[in-house]
Design a protein around this ligand. Structure first.
Ligand SMILES: NC(=O)c1ccc[n+]([C@@H]2O[C@H](COP(=O)([O-])OP(=O)(O)OC[C@H]3O[C@@H](n4cnc5c(N)ncnc54)[C@H](OP(=O)(O)O)[C@@H]3O)[C@@H](O)[C@H]2O)c1
Length: 291
């Protein structure tokens, strides 16, 4: 497995991580045993970086569902394997009646951190990300809560999600930010245009593309959306999803895609994407095409 620096955190993680949202959010999510099996499979193929959030659940009554799954999966590992795993979780969204709504109040973020520590079974969270700015709360106040949690030793590193360059700069004026997680896929290349991809590279932050395959529903239709991807995939005897992941890895060395998965086959396939050897023309073709 190729490894990459998680920004300036000092943590080294697999170049392909695992997004754990599909284990908790879909109606047809896997059973707890199966979900833990998918996480263990990911570790077996060399993935050591897991992205979760307290809000990855079906509604507010089961908030923390995804964190608890990860906590249970980690508890079954031997100490040596466990010591290499890096978990990134988030706070700042709530799920009333299954909706996604921001709550960036410091009091909320601090309370969620206490729960996340219990859910994950850790003394300190490796990477705690602010899920999304809350228009009702000054952004700097929300970031201040993360800074206080870090000073209290409850979180090791701070990350942001769904932010602009201006917001990253503002957060940096208060705290060290090691990663930014924004949407980035073949159909959503906004991070290239709005400067976030470039800014994070220049400031030694990891960029974690969310929904790198276009999201839980669209991921299966990649080939139909872009026939060129299918052509390249057939040529290399790989899948269109693998082509997209490798393309992303080649774009820049601070990019660490976190494809979601609810099946073991998906994590095995995503990890293997690293081995594809594109010709320069193929990479350039992929780069030039935008949906
Ligand atoms: N910060 C945010 O606001 C935010 C928002 C959305 C997502 N996220 C994070 O980003 C992660 C990824 O996004 P996502 O899960 O929404 O969408 P995604 O990664 O674009 O697509 C996920 C789907 O792709 C399929 N898949 C994964 N690897 C595959 C492969 N190698 N071959 C074929 N199919 C494959 C999976 O199928 P199976 O389910 O059948 O395995 C899964 O359901 C999430 O899990 C979450 O951690 C963050």
């Amino acid at each position: 497995m190729e490894m990459r620096n998680l920004g300036s955190s000092g943590l080294v993680v697999s170049a392909i991580g695992m997004g754990c949202m599909p284990l908790s959010v879909p109606e047809n999510r896997p059973t707890e045993n199966d979900a833990i099996g998918v996480i263990h499979q990911a570790i077996e193929v060399g993935i050591n970086f897991f992205d979760t959030a307290d809000a990855y659940c079906q509604n507010q009554s089961e908030i923390g569902h995804n964190e608890r799954l990860i906590g249970k999966a980690l508890a079954k590992l031997d100490a040596a394997t466990r010591s290499h795993v890096v978990v990134a979780t988030k706070a700042g969204l709530v799920r009333p009646d299954g909706r996604w709504e921001p709550d960036g109040r410091p009091v909320h973020i601090k309370a969620r951190c206490e729960e996340a520590l219990k859910n994950l079974g850790v003394d300190a969270i490796d990477l705690y990300q602010f899920h999304r700015p809350d228009p009702r709360v000054p952004f700097i106040e929300s970031v201040g809560a993360f800074k206080e949690l870090q000073e209290a030793g409850k979180i090791k590193h701070i990350g942001l999600s769904n932010v602009t360059v201006l917001e990253i700069e503002l957060a940096q004026s208060l705290a060290k930010i090691v990663s930014v997680q924004n949407e980035f896929s073949r159909k959503t290349r906004k991070a290239e245009r709005d400067g976030v991809l470039d800014y994070t590279r220049k400031h030694n932050m990891a960029f974690l593309p969310w929904s790198p395959l276009g999201g839980i529903k669209a991921a299966k239709g990649l080939a139909a959306a872009e026939p060129m991807i299918e052509t390249i995939a057939v040529h290399h005897r790989v899948s269109p999803q693998q082509v997209v992941l490798k393309w992303m890895l080649l774009l820049a060395s601070h990019i660490i895609p976190i494809p979601g998965a609810s099946r073991k086959e998906s994590v095995v396939s995503s990890a293997a994407a690293i081995n594809i050897q594109f010709k320069l023309e193929e990479f350039e073709t992929l780069n030039a095409l935008t949906l």
